[in-house]
Design a protein around this ligand. Structure first.
Ligand code: AMP
Ligand code: MG
Length: 416
């Protein structure tokens, strides 16, 4: 039985960085960035108004309420924002009045103007032809208000996305705003899934014969792999015969598979053919049986192609935990992502365990009386029971070496 940390290290030692490609931003959503992208531009590109209102030339001075201003022009979003001509430089002595320009949200603040006041804080004293001619600002004016200066969001050279980060909606928005149209990404890891078991029925519409069960591991893995943006070469249901298994394995290796995940047939039963079959395929076993619960019989091996083979036991929760704590860290490493940093949260109740094993338990987040967050280990967790996973918020890790953790003990917690 290999301790978890050692088993994980054996796996991560095998992770080779995936090849990268440059794709257009349009098709890049959900992919993982392969290089640091620095901002090629400032955002906002020019100082612009945060409000509909009036830009003022305060000359850096505060004004009490009821200051008066003459309005020289009007700028809308999309206008070039050149200096307004002194159209209203009146002969009636109002040149003493401060200079203002009517301005809309997002419009460039013309040179020489340093403040914007909201239209709500302005009274028009005299209308002009196509914009107010004179205004009174009903509130005190402080220089520098309501202007979004150039580069306030991103300066040229600022890092926008880092290697390994996922291109979610915020990343896509920032890159689009900065005019980055092509992004280096890792190619999707290629994976194959084999759900083994003579009892398995893949067709959800077929009635079960006595002794048969439906394959849930295949659909489970198909879903989590899609969420992680892997390319699934095959997701097969098969019985416990070595011959057909080796054929399909050979086929996906030929297609350049990076990792293979099988479920079932990896323990001590007479039909548990996987350990011997992968050896026949020329694989080098990294470990077989890890000191964990659920999912102890797990096997990891390196195929002659360099692809990693993960043999997870068949029980559905063993698959979920084995995937989460072995396969997912490997996928992260392929994409150059650093190891995940778990949250540390207190247990809401005392939990007992076998000291030799590291436990992975489904938990829900609960509020503590002091207003904090704790994790409650969901009741009746068995490796064959899917239902606790449906009410789970996260996994917690109960370390080896302990036979009981008291309520309040802090444990590692990671998202489901
Ligand atoms: P095994 O690891 O092959 O001994 O399987 C352990 C348990 O998991 C058995 O009760 C199997 O019937 C069940 N099992 C195996 N594969 C699947 C699957 N793909 N979907 C649902 N249950 C499975
Ligand atoms: Mg089986």
């Amino acid at each position: 039985m290999t301790p978890y940390e050692e088993a994980l290290r054996l796996i991560l030692d095998q992770a080779r960085r995936l090849a990268t490609e440059v794709v257009s931003l349009e098709g890049a959503g959900g992919k993982y960035v392969a290089g640091r992208v620095e901002s090629p531009a400032a955002l906002p590109p020019f100082a612009n108004s945060a409000m509909d209102g009036f830009a003022l030339d305060t000359q850096g001075r505060e004004r009490p309420a009821d200051s008066r201003w003459r309005v020289l022009g009007s700028v809308a979003a999309g206008d070039a924002g050149s200096e307004p001509r002194e159209a209203h430089a009146a002969a009636d002595g109002s040149a003493r009045w401060g200079r203002a320009v009517e301005i809309m949200t997002g419009a460039p603040v013309p040179p020489g103007f340093d403040t914007v006041v909201r239209v709500e804080d302005v009274e028009v004293e005299e209308e002009g032809d196509d914009h107010p001619a004179r205004i009174r600002v009903t509130v005190p004016v402080e220089p520098g208000q309501n202007i979004r200066s150039a580069g306030r969001d991103f300066e040229v050279g600022d890092p926008v996305v880092l290697p390994g980060s996922r291109l979610g909606a915020p990343e896509v928005a920032a890159l689009a705003a900065l005019g980055v149209s092509r992004v280096p990404v890792f190619r999707a890891p290629r994976v194959a899934v084999f759900a083994t078991g003579a009892e398995l029925v893949a067709d959800p519409d077929r009635e079960l014969a006595p002794g048969e069960i439906r394959n849930s591991n295949g659909p489970f893995l198909g879903r989590v792999l899609a969420e992680l943006e892997l390319s699934v070469l095959a997701n097969r249901t098969m019985d416990d015969r070595e011959g057909p298994f080796l054929e399909v394995l050979d086929d996906v290796v030929g297609q350049g598979v990076d990792l293979v995940v099988s479920t079932g047939a990896v323990s001590m039963g007479r039909h548990d053919f996987i350990p011997r079959a992968v050896e026949k395929a020329g694989a080098r076993t990294l470990f077989h049986k890890a000191a964990i619960r659920p999912g102890k019989p797990v096997l990891a091996a390196v195929l002659p192609s360099g692809a990693l083979f993960f043999g997870l036991p068949g029980n559905p929760v063993s698959v979920a935990a084995g995937f989460r704590f072995f396969v997912q860290p490997f996928i992260r490493a392929l994409r150059g992502q650093p190891p995940e940093i778990p949250w540390r949260l207190p247990l809401a109740q005392a939990v007992g365990k076998r000291p030799q094993l590291r436990y992975f338990r489904a938990v829900e987040m609960v509020a503590t009386e002091e207003g904090g967050t704790a994790v409650r280990v969901l009741p009746d967790q068995k490796s064959f029971r899917l239902s606790p996973l449906l009410s789970a918020d996260a996994w917690c890790v109960l370390p080896e070496g302990l036979d009981e953790l008291p309520a309040g003990a802090r444990v590692d917690v990671v998202p489901l």
